[in-house]
Design a protein around this ligand. Sequence first.
Ligand SMILES: C[S@@+](CC[C@H](N)C(=O)[O-])C[C@H]1O[C@@H](n2cnc3c(N)ncnc32)[C@H](O)[C@@H]1O
Length: 238
Amino acid sequence: MSIKENILSNRLKKIAQFLPQGAYFADIGSDHAYLPVHICKQDQTARAVAGELNNGPYLSACQHVAAYGLTDRIDVIKGDGLTVITDLPVKQIVVAGMGGVLIQSILEKGKELLDGVERLILQPNVDSHYIRKWLASSAFHLTAERILEEDGHIYEILVADAHAMNGDHLEDQSLKSLMFGPMLLQEKNGAFRKKWERERENKLKIISQIKQAKEPNQSKIKQFELEVKWIEEVLTDE
Ligand SMILES: C[S@@+](CC[C@H](N)C(=O)[O-])C[C@H]1O[C@@H](n2cnc3c(N)ncnc32)[C@H](O)[C@@H]1O
C-alpha cells in the first residue's frame, strides 16, 4: 500500500491537542486509525490502541498502521467499545465522530474498564447532553469543552479528567447547562451561536409538524417550546 499523507481534519487536530506527550491512549471507533497514526508519528514515546467494531474500518486501520511502520506502538484490535482495552493500561480514551447516545452507551457498558484511565476525550456529532449527564454521575469531571465548525458541520469536544478539581461550574448540572455545555455557554463563540440558531430552526419546524397531527402530543410540544425559549435566552445573552 502506498503511504498517503495522513492529513488530519481540524476536528481530529483539536482532539489531538488534548493528548499529553507520551500518551498511551485508545481510539474507540478508529476508522483508518488516523488519530493514532498522527500522534505516534509525531511523538516517538506515544502508544495507542485503535479499536474497531466493524471489519471494513478495522482492515483500513490495520493497513494504515502497517503502511506507516507503526505496528510496534499501535495495536489495532477488533472489538466492541471499551472491551479492546481489557488488560491494557491505557491512560486516555478518545471516542469521536459518533452520536452522543452511542458514545454514552459505550462508556456505560465499559465503565468497569475505566479504572486506571485519567482522561476521556469525547467528540459527539449530536446529542452531547447525554454525555454530560453520564459524566455527572461518573468518576470523571468535565474540564474542557470546545466547539468548532468544519465543512459546514459543527462539532463539540468534551474533555473529562478523573479526580479533577477545577471550577464550581463543574458542579452545575442544570438541564440548561447539560444542553449547552457549561464552558461553551460562557464563551458563546461563532460556532456555538450558529449551532443553536440551526437547532432553534429545527425545533420550530418540529413543533409545527407535531401541531399538524390529529392529536398533537402536548407534552412534546411543551418540551420543544421550552428548549426554544432557552435557546433564545442564550442567544440574546439573557
Ligand atoms: C464515523 S466513524 C468515526 C471515525 C473516527 N473516530 C473519527 O472521529 O473520524 C465511527 C466509527 O466507529 C465505529 N464504531 C461504531 N460503533 C462502535 C463500537 N461500539 N465499538 C467500536 N467501534 C465502533 C464504526 O465502525 C466507525 O468506523
